[in-house]
Design a protein around this ligand. Structure first.
Ligand code: IMP
Length: 428
């Protein structure tokens, strides 16, 4: 019957992977709906830690089928590397378990080169992208010049299409950016080999989703990045190039809104952001540094230190609206132990004007003119790592969670108190 959507409520890196992992027991299909290898999540299995960027988080649960949906952009080199690493760990990543939607778009090395070139040219206005070719690949998709994964059904033909696209990108790289072109034949041969390898994994993604739903199976739609990185509803232009919001699941996977039973917004108990762009509750002092160290706030994909700040409830309220959240998962509550008071933003103010709605829609330039209005909440000193029931949290931590629920108007159904699978409080 139903679809469950797991969506980032902030700027990404909220811990969506662990929420998907926690729910995987109850679902049959985990389907990634947007983004590419700009995202990253860490999985721990057989004593090994693995960083995955494309294969959905459900892969470690043997009964789950994994789908890389049509809304995703795929770097085939990365996908092949992940499949190989997982196979070496004894995980079944055969075509019956890991499927790639024919409508997904293919990232070429020239897309990555263009991403880097555009960032360099932007200078002071650089977006701080992951330089994985995400923007240029989605741009080609929208311009209807992209290459879809389905072309890999015929590896030779695919190789020719890759050669044409690389040659076209090379002209741009040389003429517009004065850069060295990439070797067309080499890239085409490499991609032809990826096609041979990945062809058995290709499926009609929306048909698979429809079949599952018709058969009464539960599908879990895994979003990458977060609400404020969404191309339409985030802090434009400091956003990614895909639909990271819950609506992106319907677009990227191809099913209707009636199927959606739950929309789980994942948020950290504080806020982080990687890359450039406005972040009004950012902490540039020692408290920010303390959160970064305690929370291990360094990017999974690029290793960049993440910018850290107070929890912003205007953002969570905005995420609740934009995504139609039925519940919130609040991760990394343990990281806040020992900080007192804890500040949370509840509104924004400028020139005597006040708003409780996150003002994203007029763009980044407009956003920086606002100042957050804070409420101070008492902190706690006890470590939370061993707590498994909400009522066993220190009273101040319980009050913090209750304040979030009350202000956002959405119940908190999961609380993360440590990095391990078991360090989770299911609170509904
Ligand atoms: P792009 O997605 O590489 O084009 O980067 C655009 C913006 O999104 C940059 O600020 C990146 O740091 C940010 N971004 C992309 N993917 C992620 C993610 O998975 N987590 C956090 N930030 C991300």
């Amino acid at each position: 019957m139903p679809a469950i959507i797991v969506v980032g409520a902030q700027w990404g890196d909220e811990g969506k992977g662990r929420v998907v992992d926690g729910l995987a027991r109850e679902v049959h299909l985990v389907a990634r709906y947007n983004g590419g290898d700009n995202a990253g999540h860490t999985v721990v299995a057989e004593g090994r830690t693995l960083r995955l960027h494309l294969v959905p988080s459900g892969v470690l649960h043997p009964h789950v089928t994994c789908l890389i949906g049509g809304g995703v952009v795929v770097n085939p080199a990365q996908l092949v590397a992940e499949l190989d690493e997982l196979a070496a760990m004894g995980v079944d990543v055969g075509p019956r378990r890991v499927k790639l939607a024919a409508a997904a778009h293919i990232i070429l090395p020239t897309h990555r080169a263009l991403d880097g070139a555009r960032e360099t040219v932007r200078g002071k206005r650089a977006l701080g992208t992951t330089r994985r070719g995400i923007g240029p690949t989605y741009a080609d998709k929208a311009a209807r010049t992209g290459l879809r994964a389905g072309l890999m059904q015929d590896p030779e033909e695919f190789g020719e299409r890759v050669a044409e696209a690389v040659a076209a990108h090379n002209r741009l790289l040389q003429e517009q950016y004065g850069l060295t072109p990439l070797p067309v034949d080499e890239v085409a041969a490499e991609y032809c080999a990826y096609a041979r390898r990945l062809e058995p994994h290709l499926v009609d993604g929306s048909a698979l989703v429809a079949e599952m739903l018709m058969a009464g199976r539960t599908i879990l739609c895994e979003g990458a990045q977060g609400t404020l990185l969404d191309l339409d509803h985030g802090t434009y232009p400091y956003v990614t190039s895909s639909s990271a919001i819950a609506g992106g699941a319907l677009v990227g996977l191809g099913f209707g809104p009636r199927e959606v039973a739950r929309v789980i917004g994942v948020a950290k108990a504080y806020t982080t952001r990687v890359g450039e762009g406005p972040f009004l509750t950012e902490l540039l002092d020692e408290v920010g540094g303390r959160i970064r160290e305690a929370g291990g706030e360094y990017g999974t994909t690029t290793g960049r230190p993440r910018r850290c700040g107070w929890l912003d409830l205007t953002i969570l309220r905005y995420a609740a609206e934009i995504n139609g959240l039925t519940e919130l998962a609040l991760t990394k509550l343990d990281v806040l132990a020992g900080i007192h008071p804890l500040r949370v933003a509840v509104a924004y103010e400028r020139d005597g004007e006040r708003t409780t709605r996150f003002p994203a829609q007029f763009g980044a330039e407009e956003l920086v003119r606002w100042r957050p209005v804070y409420v101070d909440l008492p902190g706690w000193t006890q470590a939370l790592e061993g707590v498994r029931r909400r009522e066993d949290l220190p009273p101040e931590a319980q009050a913090y969670v209750a304040y979030v629920e009350e202000t956002v108007g959405v119940p908190v159904s999961l609380i993360g108190v440590g990095p391990d699978r078991e360090q989770t409080i299911w609170s509904l």
